[in-house]
Design a protein around this ligand. Structure first.
Ligand code: NAD
Length: 423
């Protein structure tokens, strides 16, 4: 039977698996299987052509036992409530594993921004903010950019929010432009955090950092910074990279200048020109022989039907949900270290947390302080995950890193709910 790739079913399945291993209290489990609150909004927007178009928007507050909900807003033509629910659940575990004082949330609007002009995108962003009203806020629910949303969109949403509340609350949203007290470090914090995790995992796997070869799927915010920072943080060499059109592979390594040039000139990195380089499909890219594979594009890329062909020693899930549950089990069987998304890409939300801390305290830091704090925090999450895996191994139970990370995250949320008297 084909794998069920519904993201919310996958999120529930992962929680169920963790709940069984950690013998989670049944009442806590029942609360955590569903979001606390789901908003589905019918949003009419007067477009620049004079007609009113109605959009469907979502905001899900999955759990706020440990603090205000935190999570991005996606503008996507195939957005669905189940995707938003799944992402809000993963945000809950991400914030908990990172041990920052936030719960999990997520939002989205079904729309195709590629077919909209800037005026209409602004009108939609403002209408979304009005529909949400005081259901967002620095102590309530704090959005951020995600797929096809930008710092500029965050600025419009924040402006609308401040018009409603009549308060200067810059901590109501993160991923803002620097002019509105966004953080410079936030731009690359997702990939940077992932690279700190990569550095620590390579040490454990005894991969020589200077000789390490890396394959990256995706050339957006996460993927492009993964390219530059794998060099900067670890000294590793990226031998293949792709975008939605396809990829390019050169065992001698790729040049950023030429990748940018190919992307700009032709719309895709696969048209990179160099003598030793060859085009590769996104399917084949995943199966290349390299030390480290970084899926940094979209979900469900490593599945039951191709997991067996993965040759990397380390899979670093920089995208959300790139490895299905069946594939997770196959990679674990094969002895490949597959580090879960909500650990690897938590640098993004940790960066957002630092932005929020600076906004609510009014105390602004230099970027090197920001990076040093990020390194310390995410390295601790990685070490905690490895320690949890070891703890279960000592009891004779082999669990994969995803389950180890789940157990830490779920336990913290369950304890907070218990202390608050929710069960
Ligand atoms: P993005 O839109 O900037 O880039 C996405 C990249 O993926 C593009 O290069 C696109 O061409 C490529 N792509 C799209 N479809 C593809 C396909 N079928 N095969 C191969 N490549 C494909 O998005 P992003 O911000 O880089 O996010 C990428 C992933 O990382 C998403 O899963 C996102 O949820 C996750 N993530 C991002 C952040 C962040 O701060 N940017 C934080 C946490 C998680």
């Amino acid at each position: 039977m084909a794998e069920d790739l519904n993201p919310f079913k996958i999120a529930q399945h992962q929680l169920d698996e963790a709940a069984e291993i950690m013998k989670l209290d049944k009442q806590a489990h029942a609360i955590l299987r569903e979001p606390k609150r789901v908003l589905v909004m019918n949003i009419p927007v007067k477009m620049s052509n004079g007609r009113t178009q109605t959009f469907t928007g979502f905001r899900v507050r999955y759990n706020d036992a440990r603090g205000p909900a935190k999570g991005g807003i996606r503008f996507h033509p195939e957005e669905s409530l189940d995707t938003v629910k799944a992402l809000s659940a993963w945000m809950t575990w991400k914030c908990s594993l990172a041990d920052i004082p936030f719960g999990g949330g997520k939002g989205g609007v079904i729309c195709d921004t590629k077919k909209m002009n800037d005026k209409d995108i602004e009108a939609l962003s403002r209408a979304y903010a009005r529909a949400l009203g005081t259901d967002m806020g620095p102590e309530v629910d704090i959005p951020a950019p995600d797929v096809y949303t930008t710092p500029q969109i965050m600025a419009w949403i924040l402006d609308e929010y401040m018009n409603i509340t009549r308060k200067s609350e810059f901590g109501a949203i993160t991923g803002k432009p620097v002019e509105l007290w966004g953080s410079e470090g936030r731009m690359d914090s997702t990939a940077r955090g992932g690279m700190y995790v990569m550095r620590e995992a390579a040490k454990r796997l005894k991969i020589n950092p200077k000789k390490a070869t890396v394959v990256v799927q995706g050339f957006g915010n996460a993927g492009r910074f993964a390219y530059t920072l794998s060099k900067e943080v670890m000294g590793a060499k990226v031998v293949a990279i792709s975008d939605s059109e396809g990829g390019i592979y050169d065992p001698a390594g790729l040049s950023l200048e030429k990748l940018d040039e190919a992307k700009k000139r032709t719309g895709s990195v696969q048209n990179y020109s160099s003598r030793g380089a060859q085009k590769v499909t996104n399917e084949k890219l995943l199966e290349l022989k390299a030390d480290i594979l970084i899926p940094a594009a979209i979900e469900n890329q490593i599945r039951a039907d191709n997991a067996d062909k993965i040759k990397a020693k380390l899979v670093l899930e920089l995208a959300n949900g790139p490895v299905t549950p069946e594939a997770t089990a196959i990679l674990f069987e094969k002895g490949i270290m597959d580090l879960p998304d909500f650990l690897v890409n938590s640098g993004g939300v940790i960066g957002s947390y630092y932005e929020w801390v600076q906004n609510v305290t009014g105390d602004y830091w230099d970027t090197d302080v920001f990076y040093a704090k990020l390194d310390k925090k995410i390295t601790k999450s990685f070490n905690d995950t490895m320690a949890m895996q070891k703890e279960y191994a000592a009891k004779g139970q082999k669990i994969n890193p995803r389950m180890a990370a789940y157990i830490i995250a779920v336990d913290r949320v369950a304890k907070a709910m218990k202390a608050r008297g929710w069960y």
